[in-house]
Design a protein around this ligand. Structure first.
Ligand SMILES: [Zn+2]
Length: 69
């Protein structure tokens, strides 16, 4: 393997976003995961134990069972 030039890092493959995992097809219908109300469809929310979070616009929404507002 030739010596890498200084300042150039070797390329590493990153894992894909797995956005396809947010869609589930049931026969003719498609079930989508919750998407961001700010970013619109296509941007999905990260689901935590008691909240959902958008990594794009940092929108977060609490989904606790006892929703005290
Ligand atoms: Zn968003």
């Amino acid at each position: 393997m030739p010596k890498e030039k200084k300042g150039k890092k070797p390329h590493k493959n990153k894992p894909t976003s797995r956005k396809y995992a947010k869609y589930q097809v049931h026969g003719d219908s498609i079930t989508r995961a919750r998407s961001c109300p700010r970013c619109g469809p296509g941007v999905f929310l990260m689901v935590a134990k008691d909240r959902v979070y958008c990594g794009k616009c940092h929108y977060s929404e609490f989904t606790g069972k006892d929703n005290k507002t």
